[in-house]
Ligand binder design. Sequence first.
Ligand code: URA
Ligand code: SF4
Length: 193
Amino acid sequence: MYENWEQLKSDCLSCTACELSITRTKLVFGTGSEQAKVLFVGEGPGANEDLQGEPFVGRAGQLLDKYLAAVDLDRKTNVYIANMVKCRPPQNRDPLPQEQEQCIRWLREQTRLLRPKIIVCLGRISAMRLISPDFKVTKQHGEFIEKNGVLMMGTFHPAALLRNPTQKPQALEDFLALRDKINEVCPETYDMR
Ligand code: URA
Ligand code: SF4
């Protein structure tokens, strides 16, 4: 259990608990406001993230930033963004169950310090792990369910939207629903910009 972000981050940055530590360039801890009440959880770093040590900085990340901006959210000031695994899986393969199992402790600690009101899962990897093992993004995107006092929602992964742009309007609906939910449960989010 960690009392502060500094200690958590410094321990995480030296993690070698799974084999992804061998091939990583930079570990991607997460970014955003440590006061945020809204936490976004992606899958894992890609090539750009691995080089820069920041989540969602490639093409998918630029698309994510547009959806955030559409509902007055911003990665630096009023949300926090992290991933299921902190180190890049080679060739961008899905993180293995045992890698997620090792890495989830860091996300747990991040969640404990943040105490978010809302967690948004970006894509099936985080939604299956954090919401339900049989989560289907195409069927259940945009639905809020409460789990241990936190509202959880899954939506399309921005990389999936780049491959499949016909889903973009549905993704925007999810972000609009998110804005409504924020106004309901943590309106202070919109005073943090
Ligand atoms: N895809 C993810 O899931 N996370 C990132 O940080 C970048 C791309
Ligand atoms: Fe540690 Fe997670 Fe990186 Fe594996 S992916 S080495 S568990 S930080």
